[in-house]
Write a protein that binds this ligand. Structure first.
Ligand SMILES: Cc1cc2nc3c(=O)[nH]c(=O)nc-3n(C[C@H](O)[C@H](O)[C@H](O)COP(=O)(O)OP(=O)(O)OC[C@H]3O[C@@H](n4cnc5c(N)ncnc54)[C@H](O)[C@@H]3O)c2cc1C
Length: 521
């Protein structure tokens, strides 16, 4: 029997990212994947949003994606482009890169950190008890403490868990294909009363990319060349002699979201938790970001440093993010048509989005930079605009050397960043989990969609890059924040009776800092 602390069903983008996160936290994790290799049939995501590039940068792997894709202003809403080049982030752009390449690069990373992937096998069911989950893999039983469903929109695990998946039924159906055409078509996008269509040359390849709205919804899941031909004729009056399909896929505007992301020891992430139309290109982004939110929490629960209840914050934080995405994609679908009224509405929206404030707001939303988690804090001192938001990738100076904030997050450990007078913090009781870094920062503080904010003296940053506490050397509320997010304090006796050299939790952070800024041998 295969045994792992965590078994992930599905090795798409979400499952791969989650596996990497758990492995960085030294959790024994494995993926069970139905596909025999990472090849992806059909066309899916076409790029990465700014925040997704940031989370990959937090782990030190963004360059691998940037080296293969094309940086571009890809954010947009309902076909209206949103330029984010003036946003306060190192990655004030998106990246054009096909999902098959994104998955390949993620899979290479996961292989490097040594996550086993059981390929060509399918999770068919499970049974859970108080201590773990028996995961059924095609009739064979594997055992794990937790099972995470990253098995896509038709998730077997979600269905077996009996988790409801409410939402809206499809009203529009599209075919997306890579084919050959016998005659030259009118290139570009066309809109009409039934929706949007486009014919485009494929980047660096022979063939044509086709997107066409079908006349009816409710056809079978596996589309045929004949159905593609019929859909083209209905829109263009001809099928341009379509032949030799490399891929044909169907997608709809169905939007659904799981009513819970957890049933005891079974969790859902990515498309298994939410599906929606591809407008705006959010699916892969929020799946990867689900994984980054869940990974460190699950790792702490598995290792016994945090109570099981920490996992409830995963739903509390990530469910609202998908609610907003579902809403924006449905709004976008409503604007796909081209009748007089819709054109008038799109024109009005385009005008509005030339104004700075609406562009900033929507640009931040569509690129994932405006996420703010509700940390459940009611204290007046807990109103700093950074709380619950992404920590910017500051250019710090530590130990008289330049240091990027994101470099401190490469190994997915929390950071208490002291930007005030050195020596003001004592986190000895969390020194085995939290890095204390003394640094200075001379620049301004600015957040996407929010603007300038007051410089904080100290910030506690979670492994996912979101800020859990802001304060000063009075440390007001710090113990609560450390306990809430990283578990109760460790008694010195359980640290082996050793005080750390500076007695304030700085030993491990100093070692870590040396490694990060590159003078540890
Ligand atoms: C036409 C189209 C265009 C899109 N465009 C974009 C875009 O531009 N931007 C964007 O961000 N997103 C886009 N998406 C959405 C994006 O493709 C998905 O959101 C993303 O793939 C979700 O990742 P995932 O890992 O959660 O699920 P999936 O990618 O669906 O991965 C699930 C994995 O689980 C495996 N699996 C399934 N069942 C089992 C089982 N029982 N046991 C073991 N393994 C199993 C599957 O083989 C698969 O590898 C698009 C989708 C479509 C269809």
């Amino acid at each position: 029997m295969i045994e792992h602390a965590v078994i992930i069903a599905g090795g798409g983008p979400t499952g791969l990212m989650l596996a990497g996160e758990l492995k960085l936290a030294q959790v024994d994790v494995a993926i069970v994947e139905r596909r025999t290799n990472q090849d992806l049939a059909g066309s899916r995501a076409r790029g990465l949003h700014s925040r997704t590039i940031e989370v990959l940068d937090q782990r030190g792997v963004a360059d691998r994606f940037l080296a293969e894709g094309r940086v571009a202003q890809i954010a947009g809403f309902a076909g209206v482009p949103l330029d984010i080049s003036d946003f306060p982030t190192r990655h004030n752009y998106g990246l054009a890169l096909l999902q098959k390449h994104i998955e390949r690069i993620l899979a290479d990373w996961v292989a490097e950190v040594d996550v086993p992937i059981y390929r060509g096998r399918e999770v068919t069911g499970f049974a859970q008890d108080d201590t773990g989950v028996d995961v059924e893999v095609e009739g064979r039983c594997s055992r794990a403490q937790y099972l995470v469903a990253c098995d896509g929109g038709r998730s077997t695990v979600r269905k077996r868990a009996g988790i409801a998946f409410p939402g809206t039924d499809p009203t529009v159906s599209n075919l997306i294909a890579e084919v050959e055409l016998a005659s030259e078509p009118p290139w570009g996008v066309r809109r009409d009363a039934i929706g949007i269509h486009s014919l485009s040359r494929l980047d660096g390849k022979e063939g044509v990319g086709v997107l066409v709205t079908e006349q009816n919804v409710g056809r079978s899941e596996e589309p045929t060349l004949r159905e593609l031909s019929e859909a083209l004729i209905a829109v263009y009056g001809t099928d341009f002699g379509v032949h030799s399909p490399r891929s044909i896929s169907r997608f709809t505007d169905m939007a659904r979201q799981a009513s819970a992301y957890r049933d005891a020891r079974v969790l859902l992430a990515g498309d298994a938790a939410h599906v929606h139309p591809p407008d705006g290109g959010h699916g892969l982004q929020i799946g990867v970001q689900d994984a980054v939110n869940l990974g460190w929490k699950l790792a702490q629960v598995v290792k016994g440093t945090s109570p099981d209840s920490l996992l409830d914050t995963y739903f509390a934080e990530r469910h609202p993010v998908a609610v907003r995405v579902l809403r924006s994609t449905l709004a976008s679908v409503a604007l796909r048509h081209s009748d007089d009224r819709t054109e008038a509405l799109r024109g009005t929206l385009s005008e509005l989005l030339t104004m700075d404030e609406p562009r900033r707001r929507l640009g931040a939303m569509m690129s994932g930079l405006d996420v703010r988690y509700d940390l459940g804090l009611t204290d007046i001192g807990a109103r700093h605009p950074l709380l619950g938001r992404r920590m910017p990738d500051l250019d710090l100076v530590a130990a008289m050397r330049p240091l990027r904030m994101f470099n401190l997050l490469h190994d997915a450990r929390p950071v208490l960043l002291n930007l005030g007078a050195p020596g003001g913090f004592d986190i000895t009781a969390w020194a085995d989990r939290v890095q204390l870094v003394e640094a200075t920062y001379a620049g301004s503080w600015e957040l996407p969609a929010v603007g300038r904010i007051d410089a904080p003296e100290a910030v506690l940053v979670r492994p996912d890059g979101y800020v859990a506490w802001v304060g000063d050397s009075s440390q007001h509320g710090l113990v609560d924040a450390l306990t809430t997010w990283f578990g109760p304090p460790t008694s010195l006796s359980s640290l082996g009776g050793r005080r750390t050299p500076d007695q304030r939790g700085g030993w491990s952070s100093l070692r870590n800092l040396q490694a990060v800024i590159g003078f540890e041998k």
